[in-house]
Design a protein around this ligand. Structure first.
Ligand code: ADP
Ligand code: MG
Length: 344
């Protein structure tokens, strides 16, 4: 069972037996939940856990060296989920399961410096948490954000046929760095892995101008845009030659690069859809159009078993469909599953 099946089959199905309170506008299934407040504003909440050996190195020396970045990233990944709803970050809670080996002042000070650096950059306040002893370092940060009364939340479920598909920043950098920290390009890109930049202003601007769907790209572009397809009941065409690429990543082999960009995690960029007549907001953040939302073929009979297979992006390269029979620019069509946090 993977994490999506677990959530669907266990949490969503059993929760169905209990009605949601009227104030909950969005529960399980998006980047964050949305709760209506009495003044028309909404409280947006999410939580993410970082586990030693899964979300960052298992190696103690690495963990000791990366104290600042680990503190920073625990905040940044949650803020990115809030940004993907269009919300403005407000506050965080931190649950820290701390191994004996790290429970000394210099490590904790560096960690806290990274955490508070992120808090200051992203406009959030640490308002509480919990601390326990554990064998491995495990960090859970929950974050709250606000949406003002006049701004709608942007869900994964609103993409419409004809919308353009966009992504912020560049893709694949963090994934390449994770696999190649030992070479020059990996080193050049390591800041993208350790210190990601949540796109707060862009997310908020997109909510205001009428983005139809949005997700934070944390587990691989292909899989994450697949969530928009599944929840919006659409397909997408994605043009591989339009995927935004950093100068450093442009130096590597094309097929390897595209694999990082489609399936690598840790980008923390925003993937979103906009009706064709709406211009992307002008900001310092690069935005690239990478495709279009298309209708599901009417002959396809979609049910819960084949939904993931049928509601997903279709890949094109210079106008040609990338298929098993014609996989160019790949030699063999790769498996496009992104990060799986639960399996394996
Ligand atoms: P993200 O990558 O944006 O953090 P996930 O893919 O981890 O989102 O989770 C998908 C959805 O399932 C989210 O809405 C999340 O809140 C929900 N979810 C994940 N794990 C659980 C759980 N144990 N209980 C309830 N909801 C969960
Ligand atoms: Mg997310």
């Amino acid at each position: 069972m993977n994490e999506f099946e677990l959530i669907e089959h266990i949490f969503l199905r059993l929760q169905d037996e209990q009605p949601l309170p009227a104030s909950i506008e969005k529960a399980i299934g998006d980047d964050a939940s949305v709760m209506a407040l009495p003044n028309g504003a909404r409280l947006v909440s999410c939580i993410d856990t970082l586990v030693q050996g899964r979300h960052f190195s298992a190696d103690w020396l690495e963990v000791e060296k990366l104290a600042f970045a680990i503190g920073y990233k625990a905040v940044a990944v949650n803020v990115s989920d809030l940004a993907a709803m269009g919300a403005t970050p407000h506050s965080i809670l931190l649950a820290l399961a701390l191994p004996e080996r790290l429970a000394y002042e210099p490590w904790l000070t560096e960690f806290a410096k990274g955490l508070f650096h992120a808090c200051k950059l992203f406009g959030v306040t640490l308002i509480g948490g919990d601390t326990t002893r554990s064998d491995a370092l495990v960090l859970s940060v929950s974050a709250q954000g606000l949406l003002m009364a006049d701004t709608p939340a942007v869900y994964r479920s609103g993409a419409q046929v004809g919308d353009k598909v966009y992504v912020s920043g560049t893709l694949g950098d963090a994934s390449y760095a994770l696999q190649h920290l030992d070479n020059d390009i990996g080193q050049e890109l390591s800041h993208r892995l350790h210190m990601p930049t949540p796109r707060i202003k862009l997310g908020a601007a997109l909510a205001q101008i009428g983005a139809t769907s949005m997700i934070d790209i944390s587990d691989g572009l292909y899989q994450d845009l697949g969530h928009i397809c599944q929840q919006s009941h659409v397909n997408m065409c994605l043009n591989l030659e339009q995927l935004p690429t950093s100068n450093s990543l442009a130096k590597i082999d094309l097929a390897e690069r595209l694999l990082c960009q489609l399936t690598g995690g840790d980008d923390y960029e925003l993937g979103f859809t906009l009706p064709a007549h709406i211009e992307v907001p002008i900001s310092n953040t690069q935005v690239s159009c990478i495709g279009e939302v298309i209708a599901v073929e009417p002959s396809n009979n979609i049910n819960t078993d084949n939904m993931r297979e049928l509601l997903r992006p279709r890949l094109f390269y210079n106008g040609h469909a990338v298929t098993q029979a014609q996989p160019a620019p790949f030699t063999i069509l790769p498996k496009l599953t992104g990060y799986q946090h639960f399996t394996g």
